[in-house]
Write a protein that binds this ligand. Structure first.
Ligand SMILES: *[C@@H]1O[C@H](CO)[C@@H](O)[C@H](O)[C@H]1NC(C)=O
Length: 248
């Protein structure tokens, strides 16, 4: 079976404060999101430490659903409020007929924490809002090349569809079910703006992943929205132009 996923990466509630991305996402979802393709939106749990209940997530869930987003990737670090907020997000998703899954941020999680990662997956695996793919619990990551995938699978206790942000040549692609390519924009090969001498295009990067994946699921990025943008003013300006803005 062939899967193709598109990831819209950004801070959803902020992104959707502006009309341009709504139109873009709706159009994208209605034309491309057919068959086995799913559209995800990356959600940084690290910026919602102060939400007080599941209802605080309802707007995000409703607007995402209306826009044709299939699931939120809930990016988690190792913050103390992580579980409280994950629980609210899963509850809200269930209440709003949305799907969510955990994306482990290996800026914070250590590659040596495979069993903790598996245990965290297990905690939410049977939640009604959990995104299932192929009947398996869908899980992703940011980074995480060296993590022991077998140990994650065994600690998770149920079958997982593991599609992390491994990089070709660094992560073990034999162990995974798919991969997320973080690079949704032309760059210099080092996460900076491309130069005339050093240019890695999105097409180059897609090809590298496709070669490494050998037909496994591919999560391609549609856009860089918030990560390197420093203020809402800049965000609005960036979103007024086509997606995949240059890195600065
Ligand atoms: C949820 O928390 C917010 C504050 O963040 C509050 O305004 C709201 O009334 C609460 N909703 C419920 C259902 O408790």
């Amino acid at each position: 079976m062939f899967f193709f996923f598109a990831a819209l990466v950004g801070l959803f509630s902020f992104t959707f404060a502006f009309p341009t991305p709504v139109d873009y996402v709706t159009r994208m979802a209605s034309t491309d999101n057919v068959g086995n393709k799913l559209v995800f939106c990356h959600f940084m749990m690290g910026i919602v430490s102060n939400r007080e209940n599941a209802s605080d997530y309802d707007n995000d869930m409703k607007r995402a659903k209306d826009a044709g987003i299939d699931a939120f990737a809930l990016n988690i670090g190792t913050d103390s409020y992580g579980d409280t907020q994950l629980h609210y997000a899963y509850e809200s998703a269930a209440n709003n007929d949305m799907k969510v899954f955990i994306s482990f941020d290996f800026n914070w999680w250590q590659a040596s924490q495979a069993s903790e990662v598996g245990a965290k997956i297990a905690q939410y695996a049977s939640h009604p809002a959990q995104l299932m793919v192929d009947g398996k619990v869908f899980v992703s990551s940011f980074s995480g090349n060296g993590v022991d995938v077998d140990a994650i699978r065994s600690a998770a206790g149920s079958e997982i569809f593991f599609a992390p942000n491994f990089q070709p040549g660094q992560g073990d692609f034999d162990k995974i079910d798919g991969a997320l390519n973080w690079m949704g924009w032309d760059n210099d090969g080092n996460n900076k703006a491309p130069t005339a001498e050093q240019m890695v295009t999105v097409a180059d990067s897609d090809k590298t992943y496709e070669d490494a994946l050998q037909g496994k699921a591919y999560i391609a990025r549609l856009a860089l929205v918030l990560h390197s943008l420093r203020s809402r003013g800049l965000l609005q300006q960036e979103l007024g132009v086509p997606f995949r803005p240059p890195l600065v």
